[in-house]
Design a protein around this ligand. Structure first.
Ligand code: SF4
Length: 378
């Protein structure tokens, strides 16, 4: 099981909260597409070199930035390059991230034609006041229109929503969730608004133009989300990801289960079980390196400790939990014992639970699991 991730680093405008790698200047989109195609060619033996890998490419994921902003002809070039360089006969899931303002009938038809079967739509809120505050480029009306059209065309949909937004209320958040059930959406990614330093919100917070996210509001809305999910049979299979009827995102689940993946494009990361490869995150430097055939990524060798920590970080955020058998081999009994003694302080406070040699976050700790992980890492 493995996947290819394509990072398309362009956006129409900068959302006030976003610290992803993207550029709002689209002048290099042709050159960048060329560089991405080159990278696909240069790394076409990536999966073959991985130990114990079945070599089956199961997922393709276009993320960003905003992949839907790219012209059809450029998207098509990249998809062709994937087919030319990899065995795509076992693809189960082809996800495309898109913003509502890009998803008209023609774009949806095009995406269907190139094999996309799943759309991850950046709705964030169905309330125009929230959208304006976040500086999103679309309106609530455009979200409704594209969801109706995409469902009609048979795409699997995942909707991104943000809670804890300053001008949101319990009422507006409940309304957002109601739309999810009304439309019969089976996959939801819900994130609490966080204010990162180098974003517009980050600068405004520093200059007292806005306040930080209200923690009580965030908790209240998280609880509304938890109730909604229970009532509508959504499983929280990862801290921020919810699915009905086992409609888990295959591509992202593979990350969390430590499966290999190849990341193409500026700032993309790859993982081959023993190394992490980190692509140059500057668009022009990335394009230049591919053009000159000089190194366009850095390689980081993963030590046993690095791997243990990565497993802890990802697995404790999932409903499958962290297997102690996987974390410690049979020669590490002392280490395992020490670890178990250390985590008792969290088990006693009902912040971690241990069942069948597997460690889980509890209902009480889900919102603070990253802090707990930070305290028990090796
Ligand atoms: S569209 Fe997405 S990637 Fe682009 S600025 Fe907004 S949140 Fe960030």
């Amino acid at each position: 099981m493995s996947g290819i991730y394509l990072h398309i680093p362009f956006c129409k405008q900068a959302c006030h909260y976003c610290d992803f790698h993207f550029s709002t200047s689209l002048g290099t989109k042709e050159l960048l597409t060329e560089a991405i195609c080159k990278e696909l060619f240069l790394r076409n033996d990536f999966f073959e070199k991985i130990r114990d890998n079945d070599n089956k490419l199961n997922t393709i994921y276009f993320g960003g930035g905003t992949p839907s902003i790219l012209d059809d002809v450029l998207i098509e070039k990249i998809v062709m390059a994937i087919h030319e360089n990899f065995d795509t006969s076992s693809i189960k899931e082809f996800t495309f991230e898109a913003n509502p303002d890009d998803l008209n009938k023609e774009k949806l038809t095009f995406l269907k034609d190139i094999g996309v079967n799943r759309l991850s739509i950046g709705v964030q809120s169905f309330d125009d006041e929230n959208l304006t505050f976040l500086n999103r480029a679309h309106s609530a009306k455009e979200s409704h229109q594209c969801i109706v059209e995409a469902l009609h065309m048979g795409f699997d949909l995942s909707i991104d929503l943000i809670y804890g937004i300053h001008c949101s209320t319990s009422k507006s958040w409940s309304k957002d969730l109601d739309y999810i059930s009304q439309y019969g959406i089976e996959h939801l990614s819900a994130y609490c608004l966080t204010i990162e330093e180098k974003t517009a919100f980050g600068y405004w917070l520093k200059s007292n133009k806005i306040k930080n996210v209200d923690e009580n509001k965030a908790i209240e809305q998280y609880e509304l989300l938890a109730n909604f999910c229970e009532k509508n049979k959504f499983e929280q299979y990862e801290i921020s990801n919810y699915a009905q009827k086992n409609k888990y995102a295959i591509h992202n689940t593979n990350y969390w289960l430590q499966k290999p993946y190849l990341g193409i494009g500026p700032s993309a990361h790859s993982f081959d079980l023993d190394h992490r490869y980190i692509n140059k995150s500057h668009n022009t430097h990335y394009i230049q390196a591919l053009h000159d055939r000089t190194a366009h990524y850095e390689t980081e060798f993963l030590t046993v400790l690095n791997k243990k920590n990565e497993y802890l970080i990802t697995s404790l955020r999932t409903m499958w939990g962290c297997s102690l058998h996987k974390l410690f081999d049979e020669k590490e009994l002392d280490q395992r014992q020490l670890f178990l003694s250390d985590i008792q302080r969290f088990i006693k406070r009902d912040l971690l639970s241990c069942k069948n040699d597997t460690l889980f976050a509890t209902k009480k700790s889900k919102l603070i699991i990253d802090e707990i992980i930070g305290e028990i890492m090796f």
